[in-house]
Design a binder for this molecule. Structure first.
Ligand code: GLU
Length: 449
């Protein structure tokens, strides 16, 4: 096993053995282990009391049946998950993903990443993740609602503002959070606003939460660029995906003077040299709930749609993969480097394969890993919890200012940690170590639990 300290090798071997076949989880764990050798060389006590083994074993894993009735009157069955990974720093916190690819291994990888990401925010939130293999595509409003109600009917017994606080992720946006919150409130007879985040503004949501992941990722990249005395002004950027993260990344890049010339969905990508029209994209994706191939017809001249292919062949100076895990391979990374990419910031969770990360780092490209770069979403969820706890509601400006400050702190913390551990500029190492140290210190204080 390349790059892994020999003390950690047997621990990793055991994690791989007891979680057989969960490839994304293995990938996420291996990436963190590659960074931990330097920590235990400096602070050997972190390898004591099976702390690292405990960190890799979720505190609790819940799998449940989700039966619901479709519009044709047929009973459908899906599988629901909630992995309560680590509560050393606060209640379990992390999104719910509704996508046909969801399985236990994917939720575990996401929960593991979330634990470190949430630690990096500096806010009191532990790590968790959940979801279902339910495919929302093509489902009616009524079907989505009944599915959410059935899902929450089981999940509610495991939640609470001091226990576990879900939010959205792929396939779960404002609409779904509304149905989930409504059902939670009905079943428990409690208006417990802090039990879910990403809520609508009229029922306890936070301003800037919708924008937060994309805005935050752009702030992070802006801080990375600043270390090389650069900024977004006039730069061509490519943002993959066209969901919540991509849309608000495009908006913030435009505010910073950059120009996003391409975005994508799972069928293909759009190139618009005049700059992607974020309002139009929002209309297609969030109102019409359609595919981005429609963009070209609605936008008219200048835009083209490419079915299949790789969006990473489009030359750009800043790339922000914001679709899903492992969407950007070593080959894609090589194409980006050849075309002169300066910085890459992960808006999605683990969108770059390990090969791709190596290609970027070897080429000296600024690389911001998701657990740092996309932490703005969950950080603003924690701000939503703060507002709920104090029965307050902050202005957009105040909330965004807090978000920007949190992202700057995450950036600086990762950069300083990397430098302290002898790898200046290595944000992967910095994020893994800074996140780990916070969780590990709390776990150590608690003893063996
Ligand atoms: N799903 C988002 C993430 O990956 C947000 C989670 C949250 O707000 O709890 O961090």
């Amino acid at each position: 096993m390349i790059g892994i300290d020999e003390k950690l090798e047997p621990i990793l071997a055991e994690v791989l053995r007891r979680n057989a076949g969960e490839l994304e989880f293995h990938q996420a764990v291996m990436e963190v282990f590659e960074s931990l050798g330097r920590v235990i060389a400096k602070k050997p006590h972190y390898a004591d009391h099976a702390l690292i083994e405990r960190l890799c074993e979720p505190e609790r894993q819940i799998i449940f049946r989700v039966p619901w009735v479709d519009d044709a009157g047929q009973v459908q069955i899906n599988r629901g998950f909630r992995v309560q990974f680590n509560s050393a720093l606060g209640p379990y916190k992390g999104g719910l993903r509704f996508h046909p690819s969801v399985n236990l291994g994917i939720i575990k990888f996401l929960g593991f990443e979330q634990t470190f990401k949430n630690a990096l925010t500096g806010l009191p939130i532990g790590g968790g993740k959940g979801g279902s293999d339910f495919n929302p595509r093509g489902r009616s409003e009524g079907e989505i609602m009944r599915f959410c109600q059935s899902f929450m009917t089981e999940l509610q017994r495991h939640l609470g503002e001091y226990t576990d606080v879900p939010a959205g992720d792929i396939g779960v946006g404002g609409r779904e959070i509304g149905y989930l919150f409504g059902q939670f409130k009905r079943l428990t007879n409690r208006y417990e606003a802090g039990v879910l985040t990403g809520k609508g503004l009229v029922y306890g949501g936070s301003r800037a939460r919708t924008e937060a992941t994309g805005f935050g990722a752009t702030y992070f990249v802006s801080s990375m660029l600043a270390t090389r005395s650069a900024d977004f002004e006039g730069r061509k950027c490519v943002v993959s995906g066209s969901g919540n993260v991509a849309i608000y990344t495009i908006e913030k890049i435009r505010q910073f003077g950059g120009i996003v010339i391409a975005c994508s969905d799972s069928n293909g990508y759009v190139v618009d040299e005049n700059g992607i029209d974020m309002e139009l994209l929002k209309e297609i994706k969030e109102v019409r709930r359609e595919r981005i191939s429609q963009y070209v017809d609605l936008r008219g001249k200048g835009a083209r749609y490419i079915e299949g292919g790789s969006i990473w062949d489009v030359p750009c100076e800043v790339a922000m993969p914001s679709a899903t895990q492992n969407e950007l391979t070593g080959k894609d990374a090589a194409a980006l480097v050849k075309n002169g990419v300066l910085a890459v910031g992960e808006g999605a969770n683990m969108p770059c394969t390990p090969d791709a990360v190596r290609v970027f780092q070897n080429a000296g490209v600024l690389f911001g890993p998701g657990k740092a770069a996309n932490a703005g979403g969950v950080a603003t969820s924690a701000l939503e919890m703060q507002q709920n706890a104090s029965r307050d509601s902050w202005s957009f400006e105040k909330t965004e200012e807090r978000l920007a400050e949190i992202m700057r702190n995450i950036h600086d913390n990762c950069a300083e940690t990397a430098a302290d551990y002898g790898a200046p500029g290595d944000y992967v190492l910095g994020a893994n170590i800074a996140g780990f140290e916070r969780v590990a210190a709390a776990m150590t204080a608690f003893g063996v639990i």
